[in-house]
Write a protein that binds this ligand. Structure first.
Ligand code: 5RP
Length: 226
């Protein structure tokens, strides 16, 4: 899988041009992007500034010599590149496997173009993975009940060992809410976000302009219809 992730990441990196403000996603596929970006900066003198979507991405990018900035400095981005946990036939996404979906969604929404990089194992006709829902710790239980009223089963995401709940970069918990097959991602995304105490959920409906998929036969490019 790593070679497929790397191929998708390198292909998307070729879209980055001199002078770009680039949104940098989170996850193992994005690490390959960071590697390739660092190589281009070093070998080609590529001039880019990156807005990272997580502390992890910021640390790795900085270590590799990439210039990091925040949304206080840039509120419009040329391009954002990020991974995903699942991609539907309509290019709707589930994200948040790394608990970074809130910042990822903000950065993607501010970018002229949002390109997703995945291996082919992430493709699915319809979205069906549990939806990561970032919640304020204060209200996690009531939010879980409301999600269950919407026919989801929920678990509070746990860290490794006995470390307790995963805490996001924003200081919150993540509920993984399993709705089974999601027939209408756009409506479900909106409905979940109406629950008081929800910060953001991991459904990204219609946001990806392009998905670059690493396959055994090369990188396949899927584009949003229309
Ligand atoms: C983090 C994400 C990641 O993009 C998603 O989990 C995919 O990760 P990976 O590239 O490691 O498979 O949404 O919140």
């Amino acid at each position: 899988m790593d070679s497929l992730k790397r191929a998708a990441a390198e292909s998307a990196c070729s879209l980055v041009k001199d002078g770009y403000v680039l949104g940098l996603g989170t996850g193992s596929t994005v690490y390959f992007l960071i590697d390739e970006l660092a190589r281009r900066i070093k070998e080609e003198g590529l001039d880019v500034v990156c807005v990272p979507t997580s502390r992890g991405t910021a640390i790795t990018a900085r270590e590799k010599g990439i210039t990091i900035a925040s949304l206080e400095e840039y509120d419009a981005l040329d391009l954002a590149i990020d991974g995903a946990d699942q991609v539907s036939d309509k290019l709707d996404l589930i994200k948040g496997g790394g608990a970074a979906h809130t910042r990822e969604k903000i950065v993607a929404s501010l970018s002229k173009r949002f390109v997703v990089i995945v291996d082919e194992g992430k493709l699915s006709e319809k979205l069906s993975l549990p939806v990561p829902v970032e919640v304020l710790p204060f209200s996690w239980k009531v939010v879980a009940r409301k999600l269950e009223d919407m026919d989801a089963t929920t678990v509070v995401r746990q860290g490794s060992g006995k470390s307790g709940p995963v805490i996001t970069d924003n200081g919150n918990y993540v509920l993984d809410a399993d709705f089974g097959i999601i027939e209408d991602p756009e409506s479900l995304e909106a409905e979940i976000n109406l629950i008081k105490g929800v910060v953001e959920n991991g459904i990204f409906p219609g946001m990806a302009h392009e998905v670059r998929v690493g396959t055994d036969n090369g990188v396949k490019i899927l584009r949003k219809p229309g």
